[in-house]
Write a protein that binds this ligand. Structure first.
Ligand SMILES: NS(=O)(=O)c1ccc(NC(=O)NCCCCO)cc1
Ligand SMILES: [Zn+2]
Length: 258
């Protein structure tokens, strides 16, 4: 069959590596010295209600911790955002080894993993699905994970992972406060980007925390024992679930710090 050479497909997602006409794709490399301090950026205000936590779901790309987003109980506001945004889910991206795994890089350095807390603009749009299609529809907080001390807050999540080893498995997870996964330092970079998995829509205001959180080797290994594959299929370990870096094009990365 004639191969369409133009749309090189990423082996993992069978999604185009580049979106035709895409001008604000993610992830990107953040060149620290090219980021521009913006004194008008406000502090990011985060208030999560731990009881809005619902379940953990292995969706075949990552494992998602999903939240009840039917009210404004878990929200972020401020920072680069015009409105308040509701927490829908958080998930991670990681590598097969500690040398890579994050989606964003800082001065071309990969971290072993990256946390994404996904929020949507419930002030302007009626649902997440609608917000996914709008330029200001989503806000994702990115937090880098580095190898170091064991993270006690993450451990409650790690202990539940064996129950969602296979694709399309779900377990109830009814109290968890994701703010325990945020570094105490308020500093962040922000830029206009996209989802990094299908539908790759250019609807994300990215807020990337400058400081990583520390996790230990056993906790990273627990991520790597998850599977892309369903029960009964030939096992494929869930690793290297990060998208390749995308061109910055005509974008500036702003920093909340000098
Ligand atoms: N890695 S990322 O850019 O943070 C990301 C976040 C959400 C999604 N998609 C998502 O939550 N889809 C849920 C349903 C989509 C429309 O029904 C894809 C990538
Ligand atoms: Zn992600």
């Amino acid at each position: 069959s004639r191969k369409n050479r133009n749309a090189a497909l990423h082996p993992l997602w069978q999604s185009p590596l580049t979106i035709p006409g895409g001008t604000r794709q993610s992830p990107i490399n953040i060149q620290w010295r090219d980021s521009v301090y913006d004194p008008f950026l406000k502090p990011l205000k985060i208030s999560y209600d731990p009881t809005t936590c619902l379940h953990i779901w292995n969706n075949g790309y990552s494992f998602l911790v999903e939240f009840d987003d039917s009210t404004d109980r878990s929200i972020i506001v401020g920072g680069p955002l015009e409105n308040q945004y509701r927490l829908k889910q958080f998930h991670f991206h990681w590598g097969a080894i500690n040398d890579w795994g994050s989606e964003h890089t800082v001065d071309s350095k990969f971290y072993p993993a990256e946390l994404h807390l996904v929020h949507w603009n419930a002030v302007e749009y009626p649902s997440f699905e609608e917000a996914v299609m709008e330029g200001n529809g989503l806000a994702v907080i990115g937090v880098f994970l580095k190898l170091g001390a064991r993270h006690e807050g993450l451990q409650t999540l790690v202990d539940a992972l064996p129950a969602v080893k296979h694709k399309d498995t779900v377990i109830e997870f009814d109290v968890f406060d994701p703010s325990c996964l945020l570094p105490s330092c308020p500093d962040y970079w922000t830029y206009a980007g996209s989802l990094t998995t299908p539908p790759l829509t250019e609807s994300v205001t990215w807020i990337i925390k400058k400081k990583p959180i520390e996790v230990d080797e056993d906790q990273l290994e627990a991520f790597r024992m998850l599977l892309f594959t369903s029960d009964g299929e030939e096992e494929k370990r869930m690793v290297d679930n990060f998208r390749p870096l995308q061109p910055l094009m005509d974008r500036t990365v702003r920093s909340s710090f000098q």
